[in-house]
Design a protein. Structure first.
Length: 596
């Protein structure tokens, strides 16, 4: 009896060591995947242009390939006796497909130019052509990537792991590797060695990952057989949730998360600036939260299996953490203005300030989103039983929801409802999903545990949506462009006057938009039509003001909000017409805090 216990302890230790090595391999795999994605997006932007439709086509093919690969390869992985060997083959093939992509990109560039592009083909046919050409270049690699997580899950899981925490751990490390794959190219590699060399460096790293997996599958074969024999004694539990509920939850959470990513990009741009660095930082922060959430799940559910009620609780927590920055509102912009002096330290100071802002807005909700995905897989089953199939199917539905969220947000919801409107809808959707989960849990079990804390969190999340939220001080500020003066927030009176003046601009713009059938401005974003860096403008109610300073001042605030000062533009309330004239060079007005 004592020998059996000692053998079991030794087997458990060797299994943990094996799990750690596989997690290191998944870290490298995630890093390589995001290096590829970053380079491919830049290359396709040079071919198809930088429009939203072109970028959406490339992202749709990338994520769609992951989903299709998860479904097709996940079922095959469950039949493999040596899934880690199969994982090594996948990584080798991914490296080869990625290394061949520069040649395919050259062919795609020639074909797209020969066909005339969108100017000749039109919008619809050009979008279809972009999808086909993108699939030819990145489709094979992304299809193979979709099978890597199910293969690693099959190789690492045991039947004693009722909550599938080992899967969550490798999922978290894979996502943390993706964070490295975003930061390295964005802040270092692309600038130093260029697109192609960055891609080939990723291929080299991918080859090392494949070699490591192949060696581990050879030398760890005896340990794997021992672990499988030892864990066969454990029974396999049944499905905790109906298949339609688990897959619907995976799709819905993917939809909401990608929708919020678009909102974060739109809302953080005025504070961080619309640069490649700010885009990469937001993406890296979101992936960091998902990775930390996956690792946290493996600790939270070490001794018990999650339930449908737990999934509902994660939805409510995510909704609450999304609503907090919305309720804080313009205080985020004020804090961003206070962090501006760090820019005196150079680029590193800017990164430090940007990271604080992004972490407050993006990171907390992303951590909960990272817990949700392995939780959904655990609702489908336990242990090694069909873990490859369950992971692949959940992965496919999650990426499908993400694709739908990116397309619906970019082409429909954001233009129609604005970023703040979509922000509210995302919170409400998560609350509805949580309530539906609790109702289904009650019907299946006949009872439901106490949800008093969850109810309070739900009510708090909905109440925070009644706050003013981000206004023009955040959404149309010039903080990210470096045109705002942090001295305004040193004095409470000046800060309130600054915020009131910028909010007034947005109110006036909304009134004019409703009053006039033809839209004066192209979108919610600055600069508006008629904006000029060398002319002064006047409008009904102070809509625009001096061109150079209108990003900060927002025009000519009236009713006690200040006066134009330097622009010397009159405010013709009754006319509703725009007229411009050259500004006069005068000294800075001391009576208005809106002039920078």
């Amino acid at each position: 009896m004592e020998e059996v216990v000692i053998e079991g302890v030794a087997t458990a230790r060797s299994a943990r060591m094996r799990s750690g090595l596989i997690a290191v391999l998944l870290f490298g795999s995630g890093m390589c995947a995001l290096i590829y994605e970053t380079v491919w997006l830049r290359e396709f932007r040079l071919i198809f242009g930088g429009s939203t439709a072109a970028s959406a086509a490339v992202l749709a093919i990338f994520m769609g390939g992951l989903g299709v690969g998860g479904i097709v390869l996940g079922k095959r992985i469950d039949k493999k006796e040596r899934p880690l060997r199969f994982y090594a083959y996948l990584e080798f093939l991914i490296a080869i497909a990625a290394a061949a992509s520069p040649i395919l990109l050259a062919l795609v560039r020639a074909a797209y130019l020969w066909l005339g592009g969108s100017a000749t083909l039109g919008s619809g046919l050009a979008t279809f052509l972009r999808l086909v050409l993108s699939a030819c270049v990145i489709g094979p690699a992304t299809f193979l990537m979709g099978g890597t997580l199910p293969a690693a899950a099959r190789a690492i899981e045991t039947n004693l792991d009722m909550a599938r925490g080992r899967l969550a751990f490798v999922y978290g490390t894979n996502t943390l590797g993706a964070v490295t794959g975003v930061l390295l190219p964005t802040f270092f590699l692309l600038e130093k060695i260029g697109n192609k060399n960055t891609l080939w460096l990723g291929c080299l790293a991918n080859g090392l990952v494949a070699s490591g997996a192949f060696l581990l599958s050879r030398f760890g074969r005896h340990t794997a057989k021992q672990a499988a024999t030892y864990h066969q004694k454990s029974g396999v539990g049944n499905q905790e949730a109906p298949l339609w509920l688990a897959l619907g939850a995976a799709a819905t959470t993917g939809f909401v998360f990608l929708l919020m990513e678009l909102v974060w990009y739109r809302m953080m741009t005025p504070l961080l600036g619309g640069t490649t660095f700010s885009f990469g930082l937001i993406l890296a922060t979101a992936l960091l939260g998902v990775g930390l959430g996956g690792c946290a799940y493996s600790r939270l559910y070490r001794n018990r299996r999650p339930t449908i009620r737990d999934f509902g609780l994660t939805c409510v927590l995510e909704a609450f953490l999304l609503a907090v920055p919305f309720a804080v509102g313009d205080r985020v912009a004020v804090y961003a203005l206070l962090l501006r002096p760090f820019g005196a330290l150079g680029f590193c100071g800017d990164i430090f300030a940007w990271t604080q802002l992004t972490a407050f807005v993006v990171l907390p909700a992303s951590i909960i989103a990272g817990i949700q995905f392995p939780l959904v897989i655990a609702l489908l089953g336990t242990g090694r039983d069909k873990v490859g199939t369950h992971t692949g199917v959940a992965y496919a539905f999650n990426t499908s929801g993400a694709i739908a969220g990116s397309l619906a947000g970019g082409f429909g919801l954001l233009p129609a409802l604005s970023a703040t409107g979509v922000w509210k809808i995302s919170v409400i959707a998560l609350v509805i999903l949580a309530i539906a989960s609790w109702i289904i849990s009650y019907r299946r079990n006949g009872r439901v545990a106490s949800l008093s804390a969850a109810n309070l969190i739900t009510v708090a999340a909905l109440l925070m949506l009644l706050a003013r939220g981000p206004t023009a001080a955040w959404r149309q500020s010039a903080i990210g462009a470096g045109r705002a003066d942090e001295q305004f927030v040193a004095d409470q009176h000046k800060k309130e006057e600054w915020l009131r003046g910028l909010r007034h601009v947005l109110d006036q713009w909304q009134i004019r938009r409703q009053r006039n059938n033809r839209r004066l401005y192209a979108s919610d974003d600055w600069p508006p039509r008629g904006y000029s860096s060398t002319k002064a403008s006047s409008c009904s109610g102070g809509g625009i003001g001096h061109g150079k300073y209108s990003r900060l001042a927002g025009g000519c605030p009236v009713n006690g909000a200040g006066r134009c000062g330097r622009a010397r533009a009159s405010c013709d309330k009754g006319r509703g017409s725009l007229r411009t004239r050259e500004p006069q060079r005068t000294k800075k007005s001391q009576s208005s805090p809106y002039i920078w």
